[in-house]
Design a protein around this ligand. Structure first.
Ligand code: KG4
Ligand code: ZN
Length: 345
């Protein structure tokens, strides 16, 4: 293979991002720049990402992010070998913005275009910073995603299971709203849980009675709602201790579910095979979840790898890197590349 310098674009949710990554002929890639322009403020008043607002912001900011990414990488479009762009899955307006921007750049420069699956970007991220051998198990847990993937190669993924309803980050955010903790819910629940009693409220561990790696978090959220309502009916409101106990109970349930499903996913490795567990996604920032996954990894004599948080959450370096690796295994796209709201790996 030849060395590649790749410009990556990402706009599938609420982060507008551009990055430049260099992949040498052999060995590990280098992130030359990674620009992420988040939209949290734009959506804060609405309690969730508003697709139309997101799409307009992406369309406005992509050019600027690309310019910054090239400048920070001390390079120019002329030196770029490939333009990689998230072509799905995600909010379609945002994905279209990114794909159109990439097509314009490709048409203007004559550089090849390559559509990347956002989930493949997350799934390949650990190899950007660590020498992780294939196959490895990837647990992807964020506000929008929740799945176990066995990664056999840059274009070879096997989905072992995932959520059948909410993603865990979404559940953290919704539960925070229910118990009047600030958004984003993940960090505020984690903080509150530190002074809480996880055993005070009996909350369910959904789907543990079912075989396989599928998960569910929506029923758990409803159970927190009922527990909250019982306290409010009894005392007229929630004290900080009630909030902490509800947060601790909820987080402990998520930890238990992720740990048990991870055990099952790790058990699918053949006996004697070398095992690696990798995590990605914003929820992987949670220390309680991380600690438990490390414990489970030790039980199964498995290496545990969590990429730096800036690469775990949405970014374009992962898209540029995935584009570089994948372009060695399948042909480039052309101007007929389409944006796909749904695109299973
Ligand atoms: O990967 P990410 O930045 O964005 C996407 O969802 O694509 O993940 C954001 C999600 C939010 O739902 C947020 O509440 C959750 O990750 N999160 C956490 C923590 N930090 C962020 N969840 C649990 N514990 C945390 N410390
Ligand atoms: Zn993502």
């Amino acid at each position: 293979p030849t060395a590649l310098t790749v410009l990556g674009l990402e706009s599938s949710c609420d982060d507008t991002a551009a990055a430049v990554v260099h992949l040498p002929a052999s060995g590990r890639a280098t992130v030359l720049s990674s620009v992420v322009d988040g939209q949290v403020d734009l959506h804060a008043a609405f309690g969730g990402v508003v697709p139309e607002i997101a799409a307009r912001a992406h369309a406005e900011k992509l050019d600027f992010c690309v310019e910054q990414a090239l400048t920070q990488a001390k390079t120019t479009l002329a030196e770029i070998d490939l333009i990689a762009v998230t072509a799905g899955p995600g909010l379609i307006g945002g994905v279209v913005s990114g794909v159109m921007c990439a097509k314009g750049l490709s048409l203007a420069t004559g550089k090849p275009l390559f559509g990347v699956n956002h989930l493949a970007g997350h799934a390949l991220t650990p190899r950007l910073t660590d020498d992780v051998p294939y196959p490895y198990l990837m647990l992807l847990v964020s506000g929008g995603h929740c799945q176990f993937l066995m990664v056999h190669g840059p274009v070879d993924f096997k989905r072992l299971g995932g959520t059948i309803d909410d993603a865990p980050g979404e559940a953290f955010d919704k539960v925070a709203r229910l118990i009047s903790l600030p958004q984003p819910g993940g960090p505020s629940i984690e903080t509150a849980a530190k002074s809480g009693d996880p055993k005070r409220f009996a909350l369910p561990r959904p789907l543990l009675d079912r075989p396989g790696c599928d998960m569910s978090f929506s029923g758990l959220k409803t159970a927190v709602l009922r527990a909250r309502d019982a306290v409010v009916a009894d005392k007229g409101g929630l004290t900080p201790q009630d909030q902490a106990d509800l947060a601790a109970g909820f987080q402990a349930a998520v930890v238990d579910v992720l740990a048990e499903k991870t055990r099952r996913a790790l058990a699918t490795y053949p006996d004697g095979a070398s095992r690696t567990l990798c995590v990605a996604g914003g929820v992987a920032a949670n220390q309680a979840i991380r600690a438990e996954l490390e414990t489970v990894s030790a039980e199964f004599e498995t290496s545990f790898i969590a990429p730096p948080l800036a690469l775990c959450t949405d970014n374009a370096a992962m898209i540029a890197y995935a584009g570089a690796e994948q372009s060695r295994h399948r042909p480039y796209d052309d101007l007929t590349l389409s944006a796909r709201p749904r695109w299973p790996l």
